[in-house]
Design a protein around this ligand. Structure first.
Ligand code: NAP
Length: 258
């Protein structure tokens, strides 16, 4: 690991005596899989790790997004993480893997509980919880000793915010497994990054003009005062994958939201 000092200000004005520090992790000669790597946090993480020297393979379902990622120099393979047979075939073809990052998203399950359709919530679990777990289980025989798994969960798991009980249930289920998996797997480290609001295509269900208002509603009172960039979450993923002493941890990167 090297510390690289950027030229930018730290954002704390006169109280900050140092410039912004960006940690550059080396992933030289390492094979990394980013499941759900065709956009947002997964894509930013793929670029981050590739810049650190890794041979990165990303997966996703959308052929256009896969093609666009290939144009950026990433190896992109179409794999639906709901399809266990496809996942098993993908990992057995790929051979040994050093690090797995699982950024598969789901978006269903929001809304106050009294009016929440449990069928929709079931779909929310089916979009995120099960595909993340299927991916991890399929990858286990391929991950080398000393390797790592990093899940992308969500800070809704701890927020107690009205309207998010469904998302909290999905992400909380993943997060609560992390320290147990770390104990069970031991030679493979297991962590999660729990982001707050991040400006990614996840929010594309909102009309573009509504996004600033929704983002402001969530972030105006928090220390960071803004949504995150996907690259900022990618930095934390790279840290967890690259630091051999980090395991069993759910690390929040939420600008102080929680
Ligand atoms: N954005 C936020 O504010 C925010 C906040 C907290 C947590 N998170 C979490 O962060 C993670 C990444 O989200 P994001 O914001 O980066 O969203 P995103 O831009 O929508 O990216 C989601 C990725 O998951 C892939 N994906 C979804 N279902 C898949 C499946 N069954 N098989 C394979 N790939 C699949 C998508 O690819 P295809 O479309 O090609 O399938 C895409 O690459 C998610 O777990 C999300 O819940 C996001």
């Amino acid at each position: 690991m090297q510390g690289a000092v950027n030229g930018g200000a730290c954002g704390l004005g006169q109280f900050c005596g140092i410039n912004q520090i960006s940690i550059v992790m080396s992933f030289q000669h390492q094979k990394i899989v980013i499941a759900g790597g065709t956009s947002g946090i997964g894509l930013a993480t793929a670029k981050r790790m590739a810049a650190g020297g890794a041979a990165v393979t990303i997966t996703g379902r959308n052929p256009e997004k896969l093609k666009a990622a290939e144009k950026e120099g990433l190896r992109a393979v179409r794999v639906d993480s709901k399809d266990r047979v496809a996942l098993d075939a993908f990992f057995s073809e790929l051979g040994p893997v050093d690090h797995l990052v699982v950024a598969i998203s789901g978006s269903k399950g929001m809304g106050e509980f009294a009016g929440l359709s449990l069928d929709i919530l079931r779909e929310g679990f089916a979009e995120k919880l099960w595909p993340q777990l299927e991916t991890v289980q399929a990858a286990l025989p391929s991950i080398v000793a000393g390797g790592s798994i990093t899940l992308i969960t969500a800070i809704s798991s701890v927020l107690s915010r009205p309207g998010t009980s469904g998302l909290a249930a999905i992400n909380g289920a993943l997060e609560i497994m992390v320290p147990i998996l770390a104990q069970e797997l031991k030679t493979i480290r297991v962590n999660a990054v729990s982001p707050g609001l991040v400006d990614t295509p996840w929010w594309d269900f909102l009309p573009e003009e509504q996004k600033p208002g929704v983002f402001a509603q969530w972030t105006s009172g928090i220390p960071a005062g803004r949504v995150a960039k996907p690259e900022e979450i990618a930095d934390v993923v790279a840290f967890l994958a690259g630091n051999a002493y980090m395991t069993g941890k759910v690390v929040a990167c939420d600008g102080g939201l929680s």
